[in-house]
Every structure is written in C-alpha cells, then in structure tokens.
Write a protein that binds this ligand. Structure first.
Ligand code: ACO
Length: 332
C-alpha cells in the first residue's frame, strides 16, 4: 500500500483583531468571563474585500511554497469549509486564484471536523494511486454567520484558513491511523440552518426561498459531547495503532475551548505543554483551527520532522474524528 507525506503547511488570517474588551462594548460580556470560560482573548474578523476564497487561497499558496511545489503540479484541491462565498462551492475559485489549472477542486462540508475529514479523504486518493499531490485547506469565515448580539456564541468564533500539501509516497506513511464518526440525532445542538421562508409561486405551489439563520448552539450539550467523544475516539485510535500517549509528541485538537483541550489532555495523561493551543489569538475558526495551529507550531519550531501528532476534529453534525500523523514536512 502506498503512503502519504505531509510536505508543507500554510495559514492566513484577516488583519483585523477583535479583542474581548472591544467585543464587550457590543454585548454584555467581559474579558475575564471569556478568558476563564474559553481561553479566548481575541479573534480575527474578515474586513471588506477579504473573503473565504482569498483567505483559503493565501493559506494554500503558502503551503505550496513551503512544500516547494508549483501550483500546476496539483491534482486536487480539497477545501473544507462551512462558509463558502458561493454555495455551489469556493474550491474552484481558490484553484483559479492559485493558478492550479490541472487540479480538480471541490468543497467538503463537515464544520469543525472538516479539515480532518478532508485530510483523510485526500489520503484515499493518494493511497489508491489515483493522485499524486493534493492541497487540503480548512477555512471558515463564521463572522458572517454569527449573531453578533448573542453573547453565548459571538465570543467564540473567528475567521481564518490553514492548509497542508500532501503527497503520495511509496515508503513511510504519515497517516498512521484514523477514525471518523457522525451522529445526526444530536445535530440540533449546533446548527447553521436554512431559515424557513416560503414564497408562493402559483396557487398551491410554493418554494423555499434561500437564506440561512445564524449559528445556534446548546453550549453545554456541545461541551459534554466533546468531553465524552473526543477522548474516547482518541483512545480507540491509540489502541488501533498500539500507541501509548507517552509516545505522542503533540496533541493537536480542534481549537474550540481551552477547557475542552485541558479535559482531553488530562484524560489522556498528556502534559499540558504537549497540548497545542492558539485559542487566545484566534478563537474557534472552525475547519481552519487544526491546520492553523499546525502551521504555527511548525513555523515556530515546536513541531519538527518526525514528530508524532494525535489530532482530533469535532463539532457540528454532530461529527468527530481523530488521526495519528507523522509530520515530515520542512521545519523552521
Ligand atoms: N459573557 C458573559 N456571560 C455569558 C456569556 C458571555 N459571553 N455567555 C453566556 N453567559 C452567561 C449565560 O447567560 C449564563 O447566565 P445565566 O446563568 O444568568 O443564564 C451564564 O453565563 C452561564 O451560561 P452557560 O451557557 O451555562 O455557560 P457555560 O459555563 O456552559 O459556558 C460555553 C458557555 C463557554 C459556550 C461552554 O458551554 C462551552 O464551552 N461549550 C462548548 C461549546 C463550544 O466550544 N462551541 C464551539 C463550537 S462547536 C465546536 O467547535 C465543537
């Protein structure tokens, strides 16, 4: 069986920072409340002219540069996002911006699990021999979909994008194992759903007019879901691969909430400094959190070649998953 290699990472965030203090001028909250409950200090918000496509393309271009790849060498661009600029898909627009004319490009929607699911999907094309080079991007612009008057949700989310260049190899495999799961029965705990708005076309015939409501979340249920399912799926993955937590160099979880990161790290018996976190700077950027965090830790030299990383994405759907990765790309 062929394997995959993670060859380079990239990231992009909007320039505009929105601090907790600034946000507390808009909704009744405080820096102390947000930091103590979530670990978030500020988030980035896309300015006029900044789009999901521009963020995703910038992250993707950086990953290509770090991998030393020409855009024309790509076979596939897989864009994990729940907030495309266009419901028909933003990946082809990213392809056009990058000039990756040979690549097929499509979106994959799985909320905060999106990047992990996309990476595993990419690996299948690579392992089968169907493709040689894939750019996997996780990007979200949830600032467009947050109710900015709802303090229970608006403090959590931010905009950003991250990307990884992944290649088929004949030798060692960077994806040592994975698991993925969904449970639509619990999906109502976190939604960004269509707004019921019928328009009458003709007597007796009506159609649903497009349009979405804002993010709705039952925070406590989502917390319980994450605190239960994430350690469980990580433990299953470690069992599958006969790996002990002590062998892991890093735990790279979806950045939703510092309390979730701490709880999962403790359940696995990981030292706090091995649990990567950049929540303080970006909040929850949904599909972008994992590649954004990966790129940061690779760029600042924390993650180095050969490091073993357990990663887990989880969120709306509900959906969750875990993968055991060996970083083999260039390091700073
Ligand atoms: N500032 C001040 N007070 C607030 C805020 C805020 N931003 N938000 C809620 N409160 C108040 C509530 O109104 C409530 O007040 P009340 O008791 O007078 O009604 C009180 O704080 C407690 O509210 P809870 O919802 O019980 O707060 P909780 O301790 O559960 O913390 C939180 C909320 C941080 C959202 C928590 O439930 C959580 O982390 N859940 C996980 C959800 C998550 O991470 N979602 C991210 C998206 S999904 C994903 O990526 C997995």
């Amino acid at each position: 069986m062929r394997g995959i290699r993670l060859c380079g990472s990239g990231a992009a965030v909007p320039a505009t920072r929105l601090s907790n203090d600034a946000l507390s001028q808009r909704v009744e909250t405080s820096d102390e409340w947000i930091r103590s409950r979530t670990g978030i200090g500020e988030r980035r918000v896309a300015a006029e002219g900044e789009t999901l496509t521009s963020l995703a393309a910038a992250a993707g271009a950086q990953a290509l540069q770090n991998a030393g790849w020409e855009p024309s060498s790509l076979d596939l661009i897989l864009l994990a996002t729940s907030s495309p600029d266009d419901l028909f898909g933003s990946a082809p627009k990213v392809q056009a911006v990058l000039g990756a004319e040979r690549a097929v490009a499509f979106d994959l929607t799985a909320a905060c699990s999106g990047f992990l699911f996309a990476l595993v999907t990419a690996a299948q094309y690579l392992r089968s021999g169907a493709m040689q080079r894939v750019l996997v991007i996780g990007a979200d612009q949830l600032s467009s979909w947050v109710d900015w008057s709802d303090r229970r949700t608006c403090v959590l989310f931010g905009d950003g994008a991250g990307a990884v260049a992944v290649e088929a190899t004949g030798d060692a495999d960077a994806l040592l194992g994975f698991r993925m799961a969904s449970d639509g029965r619990r999906g109502e705990n976190l939604t960004l759903s269509q707004q019921p708005q019928r328009q009458e076309l003709l007597p007796g015939i009506s159609a649903q007019q497009g349009g979405f409501s804002t993010i709705a979340m039952n925070g406590q249920e989502v917390y319980k879901f994450a605190a239960r399912e994430v350690p469980a799926i990580l433990q299953q993955l470690l069992d599958d691969t006969s790996t002990s937590p002590s062998e892991l160099d890093w735990l790279l979880l979806h950045q939703a909430n510092q309390r979730i990161l701490d709880a999962v790290g403790e359940r696995l018996g990981m030292a706090a400094e091995k649990v990567l976190s950049n929540l303080a700077h970006y909040g929850n950027t949904s599909a972008a959190t994992i590649p954004l965090m990966l790129h940061e830790a690779v760029s600042d030299g924390r993650i180095s070649s050969g490091d073993l990383i357990a990663t887990s994405g989880f969120g709306a759907g509900l959906s969750w998953g875990a993968a055991l990765l060996r970083w083999d790309g260039p390091t700073s």
